[in-house]
Design a protein around this ligand. Structure first.
Ligand code: ADP
Ligand code: DP6
Ligand code: CO
Length: 357
């Protein structure tokens, strides 16, 4: 096909990841570099996922655009989205410079259309799946040879947590030490196949947009929390090493303890910020009690809660304890005012490209 009407197009999906060691704080807001490393589990795309199509054509005019969940999103004033697009275009330009027969896609207007099949901006990592999908869709459109790890560096600039959604299984985001951020990238700690019994139960307590977006909240914490420096410099580095060992050894009790401690540490520095940031509500606290009840009944840690920047709970547990965990939640949650109970999902972690594609 030739002529100016040809539309080049690539579509992809990306999963959500839920951190067990939380990223909450930037040391460089322009490059989106974190104050600490973090670690997450990538969830299956069968339940929560972003679907994104990127297209370009000589027949498109005007600025690049993004339609998110059927609404136009202002990406012209989003420095972080612009940084992703600029980086991806320059990689395409390098290909075009080497091979004159390639169409000059880098010169064309981009149109991106994306949708999340779960609540956006509600503390369920939509920015993670969203930017991972955006970067992959454009990288596919441009036929870039970069590895997921190299693309993680670009996705990180869109939203920090997004760098971890380019890989499956158990994924670390290394904070890095370089000023230019070139070593602040995601790395697979273990594939899902290493510990495939892991399960996640998602309790959607509220699908509403959070009051304080992650970017703004973590900035307030970095500027005002007196507890945060100890978390960034001492607590998290120690926990990263411990939880990586627990994953390697498939030691669920250690994994569960650190997961809950780190979620609580993150929400503690939120509360220690000024003005204080509240993400948890009474239903969240009831979910924490339910986990404690299940663990007490079992006489050991069989499940762990974690909360991102919102009231929604994610419960990690092993498949062998599905009935005990589900049983406790079934009996506790329906009695709670404010709990709708319709969104509870059991999700397997995802291994990129094998489970779902
Ligand atoms: P969440 O807890 O859902 O990650 P954030 O406050 O971190 O919430 O980020 C929400 C923002 O991420 C949205 O307002 C939007 O700008 C961006 N975002 C969410 N989904 C997508 C998507 N599919 N494509 C591009 N950007 C997205
Ligand atoms: C609580 O990655 O959404 O989910 O980089 O500003 O876009 P930006 O923030 P974002 O923050 C995620 C915070 C968290 C913890 C985590 O996912 O590690
Ligand atoms: Co986010």
């Amino acid at each position: 096909m030739s002529g100016s009407s040809q539309v080049y197009r690539a579509s992809t999906t990306a999963p959500v990841n839920i951190a067990v060691i939380k990223y909450w704080g930037k040391r460089d807001t322009a490059l989106n570099l974190p104050t600490n490393s973090s670690l997450s589990v990538t969830l299956s795309q069968k339940s929560l996922r972003t679907h994104t199509t990127a297209s370009c054509s000589e027949s498109f005019s005007g600025p690049d655009s993004l339609i998110l969940n059927n609404e136009p999103e202002d990406i012209q004033s989003s420095k972080r989205t612009q940084a992703c697009l600029k980086h991806l275009r320059s990689l395409r330009e390098q290909l075009e410079a080497k091979d004159a027969s390639l169409p000059k896609l880098s010169k064309l207007t981009l149109r991106i259309v994306s949708s999340n099949n779960f609540p956006t901006a509600a503390g369920l990592a939509s920015s993670a799946a969203g930017f991972a999908a955006l970067v992959r869709a454009i990288a596919d459109l441009y036929e870039l040879p970069q590895t997921p790890q190299e693309l993680s560096l670009i996705a990180r600039q869109g939203s920090g947590s997004a760098c971890r959604s380019l890989m499956g299984g158990y994924v670390a985001w290394r904070a890095g030490t370089k000023e230019d951020g070139s070593d602040s990238i995601a790395e697979e700690v273990a594939p899902m196949s290493h510990w495939p019994e892991m399960r996640a139960l998602i309790l959607v307590v509220s699908a509403e947009k959070k009051g304080v977006p992650s970017t703004a909240g973590m900035q307030t914490t970095v500027e005002t929390s007196t507890l945060a420096p100890a978390r960034f410099n001492e607590i998290v580095p120690k926990r990263m090493a411990e939880i990586e060992k627990a994953i390697q050894e498939k030691d669920f009790e250690t994994f569960a303890r650190i997961t809950m401690q780190d979620s609580n540490s993150f929400h503690a520095i939120c509360l220690d910020s000024w003005p204080p940031i509240h993400y948890l509500n009474d239903v969240s606290r009831a979910a924490m009690s339910a986990v404690e009840t299940a663990n007490r009944k079992a006489g050991k840690l069989i499940c762990a809660y974690t909360f991102d920047a919102g009231p929604n709970a994610v419960i990690y547990y092993l498949a062998e304890h599905t009935h005990e965990v589900a049983g406790v939640f079934r009996s506790v949650l329906p009695r709670l005012p404010g709990w709708e109970g319709e969104f509870a999902e059991q999700i397997r972690p995802n291994e990129y490209g094998s489970l779902d594609s």
